[in-house]
Write a protein that binds this ligand. Sequence first.
Ligand SMILES: [Zn+2]
Length: 181
Amino acid sequence: MPHHPRFVVDSMLGHVARWLRLLGYDTLYYRNIADWKILKVAEEEDRIILTRDLGLFRRARKRGLRAFYVEDPSIEKVLAYLSARYGIRLEFDKHDTRCPECNTPLRYTTSIEEISPRVSKDIVLKYREFWICPHCGKVYWQGRHWKSINQVLEIARSERLKLVSRFVPRERPLSSEQGLE
Ligand SMILES: [Zn+2]
């Protein structure tokens, strides 16, 4: 399996952090963090910097770090770009997902015994699959908001297709025996 890219996002991109974590990508986010700390953690932990700050983006590139300047913060666009560029998958994988709150890998469970002390009875009766965060203790399930999560991913996938088809014509064929160049 290819190595998962890891990210650190600036304080304006909390929503992107939550999405990347949901999709299983190790993503650091702090509400307040100095730019130099973002640069440091990116360097030390080989993380890709995502930022809306052009100054920070330029400083990162100058230091030879991988960085992505987020021009349009709409989540569908951001995910599409990150997928085209770093190959992140735009599918939810129930066995490879992280806590949107704290970035810890979640544990999947269908055990009612394990879940019932933690959530209301209605939820236990209504849902079969759950995810538990071993760090902050939060429990997740695919509730009503799940539909909109799928919609966002679907739009992101079609945005990615548009991006990729824009890139493809630039590639040269491996063989140019036709001499049509
Ligand atoms: Zn957590």
